[in-house]
Design a binder for this molecule. Sequence first.
Ligand SMILES: O=C[C@H](O)[C@H](O)[C@H](O)COP(=O)(O)O
Length: 220
Amino acid sequence: MNPKKIAAEEAVKLVEDGMIIGLGTGSTAYWAIERIGQRVKEGLRIQSVATSKRSEEQARRLGIPIIPLEDIERIDLTIDGADEADGDRNLIKGGGGALLREKIIATHSKRLVIVADESKTVDTLGRFPLPVEIVSFGANLTLLRLTALEGHPHIRMEGDRPYVTDNGNWIADCRFEAIADAPRLERELNLIPGVVENGLFIGMASSVYVGHADGSVTVQ
Ligand SMILES: O=C[C@H](O)[C@H](O)[C@H](O)COP(=O)(O)O
C-alpha cells in the first residue's frame, strides 16, 4: 500500500461532474491526477487548471480537459500535496517549487483538500525548510532580509545553477526549525521587496487526507 496513493484516491471521490478542479503538484498530487484521469476516461465531465507545468503535462497526457486561467471565474475544488501540515491544517508547501501557482489557485478555490502520507503531519511547522520564492534581481540583498528574520536562507540549486521556478524566479529555502507565529511570519516575509510569495498556507486547507501504511486514510 502506498499511503500517498490511497490518500489521493480517497480525496478524488470528492470530484463530481461539472466541477472545475485545481490540480496540485508533487508526488502525492500525482496520484490524484492519475485517478482523475481514469475517471475522465470512464465518463467524468470536469474541467481543470494546473498548478505547474509538470501537472499540466500529466493532465494533458491523461486527457483531462485543461482550461486557461483567464477563462474561469471559479475553482470548485483543488487537491494538492503538502510538505508539512499541523493540527490546524496550516501548511508548508513548495518543496517542489510550485508554491506561487499553488497559492494563487488555492486562494480562489472553494475547497482546498490536501493529500499526504503521515510523515507530513507535525505539531509545529518549520522543520521542513520553508520555500520562499524570490526574484533573482538583488537576490543577495533579499537573502540579507531573510537572514535578519533568522531564516538561514539558501538558494535552491539544480546542479551548479539556481533552480528556476515555472515563473522564472528563484527559491530561498529557509530553516526556521519551529515557527511559533506562522500568520505573522507569512506577512513579514511577503513585505520584503524581492519576495514574491512564501510557502506558508495559513487557514486555507478545508481538510487534510492522511494516508497510513496500514491502508487507512484519516481526514483532519
Ligand atoms: O511545490 C510543491 C508542492 O507544494 C507539493 O505539493 C509539496 O512539495 C508536496 O509534495 P510531495 O507530495 O511530493 O511530498
